[in-house]
Every structure is written in C-alpha cells, then in structure tokens.
Design a binder for this molecule. Structure first.
Ligand code: URA
Length: 437
C-alpha cells in the first residue's frame, strides 16, 4: 500500500513494513530502501522506527536483508574516496573496551609499511574511552580535519586519526540515538549495519575488526560476539572491502592504564619499543592482519616498534594535526591507591569495574556534551597472573576532583581478586579469527 504524507506520495506504509517483520517475514529491498530514506527525511515517525527496530531485534534479518539495510544507510550520506592515493588503505575498528588504546600505536605502525590508515574515530560515551578524547590530551592536537586535509596527510604521513564528518551515514546517527533509548542497541543486525555502514562509506580497501568479548565489552558472551563478527565480515565482503575479524578478550583492561593522557603515555611507551606485553601483542597481531589485507607480506611489524620507525610516523602524525608530540602530558592533581590485603596471585581485574571507575573519576562522559578530564583514570600495578604481597599497590586512581574518589572506589568493590594459590593462568588475549567464506 502507498500513502501520502503532506504533498509527497510514499511508496510504502510504515505500518505494513513493521507488520512484515513483526510476523517474521523478510523485508524486500524496496521496503528497506524506502524505510531508511523515509526515516532519515522524517516521513517515518520515531515510534514507527522504534517498533521496527524491536521487531528486528526479536525476529532478526537474513544476510541479504542486513546487506541491503547497510547499503541504504550508506546511501543516506556521502562516501569518501581514497582511490586517488598512491598507497592502499587499511582501517581497523574495535567494538570498544577498557584501556583500548591500540589505535594510537597501530595507525603509525601500519603506515611505516606504505599502507595508508584513515582512522575515523569517535569520542567516548559511558565506560569505554574514545580515541579522540585520548589524543586531545596532547597539547595543540586537533581532531577535526577537512576531507582535503585528511587526504593530504594520508599521502604525506600515511596515517590520520580524526573525527568522522557528519556526512557519513546520517541515517545511522538518527537510528543509533533512537536505539539507545528504546532498548534496541543489542540487535546484532543493527549493530553490524551501524558499524559497517560507516566503515564502508569511509571508503577503505580493507578492514580489520577487533571484536571484544568479556565484562568490559559490548558483547559479554562468546557466541554473540562470534555472530557479530561473522555478520560484519560478511557485510564487508559483500561490499567489496577485504574484511577479517579477531575476537579478543576484554574481561580485564588492556595494558596498565584506562584514562586519556594515561593511555597516550602508555601508547608512546609501546611506540618506543616497550610497554605492556598485551598491548604490544594485540597491536602487532592487528598490524599483521591489516598489512596482509592490504597485500603487504614478508615484513614483521614488531621490528618497526623496536627500531623507532613507528615512533617517527607517530611524531609526524601528531605534528601534522597541530599537536606537540614532545610536550608534557597533563597529570591529574590528586591520586589515591588501592592495596592488596593479603599475599597471593591476582586472579581477576574486572574490566567493566575499572572502566566505570575511570569514567567516574572524570575520564569519560555521561552526556555527549560533557567535558572530560585529560589526566583522570585508573592505573593498574598488577594484572591476572601476577604475584602480590599484602600492602602492595594494586591500583592508583587519578582525578582533578577528589570528591569523585568515593564513587570510583564503590565501582571497584570486588573488582580485583587475589587468591592464595601459587599460579593463575591469565585468559588468552586472542580468542579466534573470522575471515570471509
Ligand atoms: N557502535 C556503533 O557504531 N554502532 C552500534 O550499533 C554499536 C556500536
């Protein structure tokens, strides 16, 4: 049935589309194209899209429907074009976690090998930090670049980490805000199409997905994370983007820091050839995947961390966006420590609790317009598997506003478990790899 809204005739009636999915039917290509377009221009009401999202959450979509839904979201905005660059492009997307600063060392590391990395990133919301918030703790660094500035930096330096323009997949922005307030964020077809519409519109040749699993991740459950990874790999592949996913552990924070300037400092340690073993392992694993996907073989990215080549690209990448890579980073005014109550081995440091504590200390924001504190966050002194003595520091909390300590400590109650045994095997970081096919 077609209807008339105002002066325009509409090809479909939103209620028919909702009923089709409510009754477990498949949506046709024409219905999907129409509903995304009509919603973006305001001809499908928020309550109608909310009902359709809930029907999708409950009844799912098949591969062809998800592909079409993603294509319709891409068509709602502009597409970037990197085909004029002299280098192949490769990008990484992480579904988000606590202490996940991997983009910072990874982008310059991959660029060392002649692959351009256009990393369009976001700000943090909730307990996971945002890459742009982290980089903004570097004095002078600027997140907003025009498309021309971005292309010039990709050609010259090889790596850009900047804010995604508002023109990419505008349907997703509207849809995500609606899902957030209607209990429909968790639908795998909607998460996959939301992430992939932005990545495909960005125009990268290849994409490596880091799908996190565990308490600090969006996906707490391995089967759901695997399904999300498979769905996104299929979507990328169907759109002609070489896509591979790693499933990685997020039951404990990555590295030893969660918080903006704290994470930049740790990333610089990794670029200097040091840093925590798990951050190095994941950075190198993702770099290998990105280089392979971009057709670069026979090189070892670990060498470029050890010999300073990745650091050179980092310095140029930060300077190109107005930052001073050698400036002192902000430090929080106040600290408080959490110490071990007994001798033993650390069995658990819960990622979600650390993420919430860092957020409450001022590293994250509750509303998207809130400011963040550059120096705030949580520093870990021990990770699962480490031996500690009673009185040893387990965590240091950093903030400019000491009245925040109490709520952060509340979030950390029970977060660090020390057992009396003599050995704890930490969970493996790399859980699985999902490729096209
Ligand atoms: N990130 C996105 O961009 N979209 C989602 O739906 C979830 C996470």
């Amino acid at each position: 049935m077609s209807t008339r809204t105002g002066e325009a005739y509409e090809a479909f009636d939103a209620v028919d589309v909702i009923r089709a999915k409510r009754d477990r039917g498949r949506l046709t290509d024409a219905q999907i194209d129409w509903v995304i377009d009509a919603y973006t221009r305001g001809a499908v009401a928020e309550e109608q899209m909310a009902a359709l999202n809930m029907a999708i959450l409950l009844n799912g979509m098949d591969r062809a429907e998800i592909s079409r839904w993603t294509a319709a979201m891409i068509a709602s905005g502009e597409r970037m074009d990197f085909s004029g660059l002299s280098r192949p492009t490769s990008d990484k997307h992480s579904t988000g976690g606590v202490g996940d600063k991997i983009t910072l060392p990874l982008a310059p590391l991959v660029a060392v090998f002649g692959v351009a990395v256009p990393q369009l990133s976001g700000r943090g919301l909730g307990h996971t930090g945002g890459t742009l918030d982290k980089l903004e703790s570097i004095p002078g660094w600027r997140a907003a670049l025009s498309n021309d500035e971005m292309l010039a930096q990709l050609e010259d330096v090889g790596a850009v980490i900047c804010q995604a323009g508002s023109g990419l997949a505008p349907a997703d922005r509207k849809l995500y805000a609606l899902r957030d307030v209607t209990g429909t964020v968790e639908a795998i077809p909607l998460i996959a199409s939301s992430i992939m519409s932005k990545k495909i519109a960005e125009g990268t040749d290849s994409l490596v997905l880091d799908v996190k699993v565990g308490s600090g991740a969006f996906m707490k459950d391995l089967d759901a994370a695997r399904e999300l990874a498979r769905t996104m790999v299929d979507l990328g592949t169907d759109a002609g983007v070489r896509t591979v996913a790693l499933l990685t552990d997020m039951s404990t924070p990555l590295g030893l820091t969660a918080g903006n300037a704290l994470e930049v400092r740790e990333s610089v340690e990794v670029l200097a050839g040091g840093g925590p073993a798990d951050v190095v392992e994941l950075t190198v694993a993702l770099a290998r995947e990105m280089l392979t996907a971009a057709g670069v073989t026979g090189v070892d990215p670990a060498d470029a961390l050890a010999d300073g080549r990745a650091m050179d690209v980092w310095n140029r990448m930060i300077a190109a966006q107005g930052g001073d890579p050698h400036a002192d980073l902000p430090v929080a005014r106040e600290t408080q420590t959490v110490v071990a109550e007994s001798d033993g081995v650390v069995a658990r440091v819960d990622a979600l609790a650390v993420g919430v504590a860092a957020w409450r200390l001022g590293a994250g924001r509750a509303r998207k317009e809130d400011p963040v504190q550059a120096g705030a966050g949580v520093e870990l002194h021990a990770k699962p598997g480490d031996t500690v003595r009673a009185g040893d520091r387990l965590l240091t909390l950093h903030t400019d506003t000491p009245e925040r300590f109490a709520r952060a400590q509340e979030a950390l109650a029970g977060a660090v478990v020390v057992t009396s045994g003599d050995r704890v095997e930490p969970s493996p970081l790399l859980i699985d790899r999902i490729a096209a096919g």
